[in-house]
Design a protein around this ligand. Structure first.
Ligand code: NA7
Length: 540
């Protein structure tokens, strides 16, 4: 892997999908580019999230980069690959594109300061190395700052305790153990499924029931993989034109076009196809219309309740009255999550009825005074998502402004890729992008292309500094929040709006108008010479 440079044209932070995509394209354009990656391996999310059961929710043909020469020779073995296979895919990308020579692993960026006299960033790593660069591109994703609630006694536990986002690389054996899982997001659901099969006892601490759709996993044999490959170019093209960056889109039919029986039959067919199909090929009105949302929730609830034997657990896991609108939090995918609660080794504690009072050396104490003893506690408690990936770094722009100070009160960005006071700094697949509900590779390719073209434009025009105009940023930020307010997202507490982090300002952190709309905006913006950006040149 790479040696430490002192000066480069472009420094990329993070070696996940975005970082690798940008490195490949910028290097091909003749720029001197380096990637700094905090992990000891590449893969971003799939390096850190190696907890039992970690698996992607996007399907095989959508969850890959569209780089020519790359996709032709890669096939996943499952329709929804797990973290191990995703790591193999990253190793394949690295090998095929020869990226490793420009990636410094185990190199965490802790600070960056803009040198106004030179139009350069001075970036510092945890080990104390500094590097100068004209452009700084944060490819740190939306979920790289794990969140652990401040539960009293956290550090007194004598067993094994880890957050899913910083799971030990050499794994934790759950076999025959007493396992506690706190959290019912994607991570918690995936761990529960895996633990239920091997652990002696699994106890889920639930605050809010999740809405999980059937994954419908299948193996991809040679024939199935070839069929996907035959349609791959079409997939890459179509996925950029859809609401969520997957190669399928909402029905044109409205709920009122169906009789109740037809509607049910239609959704049964969508459920049988699996993954996000019921959400993304169903009624678009689910995001905006209460009646449509109620119906879709009721359909989901009834299918789930039919799988659970105990009426108490039916009500806990799929309540009669919806706890929040369908899709207001990120829907999850499950394989046998609801079924495992029929097993004698799996139980659920509702922390609203019986809260966690403290972690003890032996386990978790609840409000009823009981000490539940565990060998392993899994903190599946999520992330300070979107803004946190960057506000955790000491980034200082012009006029001494830090990104933490700027975004703590209210996040503002231009196109979800730049922000005023931080010239020559880009970020993708994070704050104000079409991030949370989009297929990752589609969103980050659209955003990264804009970043790459902007840098290229500046080189072609002899420009050394770019930053968004204040009015342009205000307008875009207002757009993000106005569109967000039209949907259901504010009616749930989740990382979509920052509501999962105590004290964090509640606001819309995603562009929810659709990835296709966002892609058009970026293209038009570029065609108009990066309208909304101000460029300048250092006087020699
Ligand atoms: P999520 O989806 O943010 O889930 C975190 C879960 O942790 C969620 O169910 C929270 O409950 C729960 N939580 C947080 N604090 C507490 C406390 N104090 N007590 C009990 N439960 C708590 O994170 P994930 O890692 O699962 O997924 C993140 C994203 O990564 C995911 O959406 C995919 O895009 C990939 P709540 O629901 O807020 O009541």
């Amino acid at each position: 892997m790479s040696t430490m440079p002192t000066k480069v044209d472009i420094l990329i932070v993070g070696a996940g999908f975005s970082g690798l995509y940008q490195l490949y394209h910028l290097r091909n354009l003749g720029f001197n580019v380096k990637v700094f990656e905090a992990g000891r391996g590449i893969g971003g999310t799939w390096y850190w999230n190696c907890y039992p059961g970690a698996r992607v929710d996007s399907d095989a043909s959508n969850y890959q980069l569209s780089i020519d020469g790359l996709w032709q020779n890669w096939s996943y073995s499952e329709y929804f690959p797990d973290w191990k296979e995703l790591r193999e895919y990253f190793a394949y990308i690295d090998r095929t594109l020869d990226l490793g020579r420009d990636i410094s692993l185990n190199t965490r960026v802790v600070a960056a300061e803009f040198d106004e006299a030179a139009d350069e960033w001075v970036v510092r790593t945890e080990k104390g190395d500094t590097v100068r660069c004209r452009f700084l591109s944060f490819c740190t994703g939306f979920a790289s700052k794990p969140y652990t609630p401040k539960i009293p006694g956290l550090d007194t536990f004598r067993g094994i305790m880890h957050h899913t986002g910083t799971w030990p690389q050499d794994g934790v054996d759950l076999r025959d153990k007493r396992v506690a899982v706190i959290g019912t997001g994607s991570s918690g659901v995936q761990v529960v499924q895996e633990a239920a099969a091997v652990a002696r006892q699994v106890t889920l601490f639930q605050r809010t029931p999740c809405i999980a759709l059937p994954l419908v996993q299948r193996k991809l044999d040679a024939d199935a993989a070839r069929k996907l490959k035959d349609g791959q170019l079409k997939t890459f093209d179509f996925r950029k034109k859809t609401f969520a960056g997957h190669s399928y889109s909402f029905t044109d039919m409205r709920p009122s076009d169906f009789s109740p029986e037809e509607r049910k039959e239609f959704y049964e067919q969508l459920y049988a196809r699996g993954g996000f199909i019921p959400l993304l090929c169903g009624f678009r009105e689910v995001y905006t219309d209460d009646d449509a949302n109620d119906w879709v929730y009721a359909f989901w609830r009834d299918t789930v309740r039919a799988r659970i034997n105990d009426p108490r657990l039916q009500e806990k896991l799929a309540p009669a009255v919806k706890p929040y609108p369908f899709a207001a939090k990120r829907p999850l995918l499950e394989q046998n999550y609801y079924d495992v609660f029929n097993q004698s080794n799996v139980s659920l504690i509702d922390v609203n009825e019986n809260g966690i009072t403290r972690i003890t050396p032996k386990g978790i104490q609840t409000a009823d005074g009981v000490e539940h003893q565990f060998d392993i506690i899994v903190l599946a408690t999520g992330f300070d998502a979107m803004t946190g990936s960057m506000t955790q770094i000491d980034i200082r722009g012009t006029e001494g402004v830090t990104i933490f100070d700027k975004w703590t009160a209210f996040a503002s960005t231009y196109l979800g890729m730049m922000t005023t006071n931080f010239p020559n700094m880009f970020f993708v697949y994070a704050t104000h992008g079409p991030t949370a509900f989009s297929n990752g590779p589609t969103a980050l390719e659209i955003q990264s292309d804009w970043v790459i073209h902007c840098i290229q434009y500046m080189r072609d025009h002899g420009l050394s500094r770019v930053h968004p105009k204040k009015e342009a940023e205000e307008e875009y930020t207002k757009l993000v929040n106005d569109i967000g307010n039209k949907g259901m997202w504010s009616k749930a507490k989740s990382w979509y709006t920052g509501a999962n982090i105590p004290g964090k300002t509640i606001q819309h952190l995603n562009f929810t108008g659709g990835l296709n709309v966002y892609a058009d905006m970026c293209r038009e913006n570029e065609e108009k010479g990066f309208e909304g950006c101000e460029f300048s040149t250092l006087i020699a």
